[in-house]
Ligand binder design. Structure first.
Ligand code: 1CP
Length: 349
């Protein structure tokens, strides 16, 4: 029966499309600047130093459990941590800034494919400590990585694009497709080893963040992204950890992303979740998709939206309640708490 599920069972079952009492809930960027206790612990410490500081990273990862009652923990780090492990010089200000943006073959060939357990050992120490903390409470631990295309957007451009156009990587696809392909393949290779090492260290599900995949058309996605994500899906120890695939603004990619072999498709707020459930919900579970901006609205609004989203997603084989993108720094803590409480109050369905 599904009546007495603990949070780990609830999340893993929802990911795999098995019956649950209600959707599990967590939030992307649930550890971060909207929490005063995060800002206090982060004060004066550079972001990458924080990612390497096992004690602090463990504490920050756990903060949203007590602050807002989230039902899963994602370890505190960033998608660029393993990229630094490949030998790329970068800093955070506050997003990633690449010292020498990748434009030449020699730079791709120089990307090291070393064992991440040697290049970024602290990541796995953080995961092992978190798993030991969480296991007695039966809260699940999530691992994550950046998808090759999204990492390449930053690596080629050199930094984030406030206008979200990423013209430099798109130009590279046109002007030197072999170079872009080599870069994507190298990143996919690294990602498989990195995520499997996270699973070995205790991650119980893993999410691949392909934030900017929606920049491509479905045809371009098939050519440039799908082969790499499929390789990752095939290379992961999926028997030990389901695979969640996220894109932030990609309603046109729902079908093709569901062909990747993922267990869960995490959709942005611009994708209609009822329609996604109808189109692909028999094959994959869905995750999402409240607009993070709505967390600033009154508590009753958040409750009503959570009920609407859960009802709209119900025809899918499984649903994990989450946002359509990460919590922003200006979000009120009460809004995040209301979201989690609303999810927990959903009637068994
Ligand atoms: O304190 C600070 O100012 C640092 C802000 C910050 C935080 C809290 C950054 C810099 N990264 C993170 C943590 C982070 N990043 C997590 C931790 C786990 C969680 O609580 O969710 C995760 C999963 C990420 C993933 C990430 N980093 C993505 C994919 C998801 C997304 O939000 O789209 C991307 C694109 C990044 C790059 C990045 N790192 C940081 C920033 C501000 C950015 C975005 C830069 C930009 O696009 O301009």
């Amino acid at each position: 029966m599904s009546a007495s599920l603990d949070p780990t069972q609830r999340l893993l079952r929802a990911c795999r499309g098995e019956p649950v009492d209600r959707p599990p809930v967590w939030l992307m960027r649930q550890a971060g600047r909207y929490l005063p206790e995060y800002r206090a612990l982060r004060a004066g410490i550079p972001f990458l130093a924080m990612c390497r500081d096992v004690e602090r990273a463990v504490e920050v990862s756990l903060q949203p459990v007590s602050a807002v009652g989230t039902e899963a923990v994602i370890f505190f780090s960033d998608i660029f941590v393993p990229v630094a492990g490949m030998g790329v010089a970068l800093e955070f200000a506050p997003g990633p800034v690449i010292a020498d943006p990748i434009r030449r073959t020699a730079q791709v060939e120089a990307l090291a494919l070393a064992d991440p357990r040697e290049t970024v050992p602290y990541v796995f120490e953080i995961l092992r400590r978190l798993r030991a903390e969480l296991e007695p409470r039966r809260l699940p631990l999530l691992g994550f990585a950046g998808a090759p295309f999204t990492l390449a957007c930053y690596l080629v451009r050199g930094k984030g694009d406030p206008e979200r156009r990423y013209e430099e990587p798109r130009a590279l696809m046109r002007d030197d497709p072999a170079l872009m392909r080599a870069l994507l393949e190298r990143l996919a290779e690294m990602t498989i080893g990195y995520l499997n090492a996270q699973i070995e260290a205790g991650a119980q599900a893993v999410q691949l963040f392909d934030t900017w995949a929606g920049l491509l058309s479905e045809t371009e996605y098939r050519e440039w992204i799908l082969p790499g994500v499929r390789r990752i899906a095939e290379g992961l120890r999926r028997d030990q950890a389901p695979f969640i695939l996220f894109a932030s603004d990609a309603p046109h990619l729902v079908e093709v992303m569901a062909e990747s072999g993922c267990d869960v498709l995490s959709i942005g707020a611009s994708t209609d979740i009822a329609e996604a459930a109808r189109r692909v919900g028999g094959r994959v579970s869905l995750q999402g998709n409240l607009d993070p901006a709505e967390l600033a609205r009154p508590r009753e609004h958040v409750f009503a939206r959570v009920r609407e989203i859960a009802a709209a997603a119900a025809p899918a084989r499984g649903h994990v309640l989450n946002l359509g993108h990460g919590v922003t720094p200006e979000t009120p803590v009460e809004g995040v708490r209301a979201f989690v409480e609303a999810a927990k109050s959903l009637a068994p369905g």
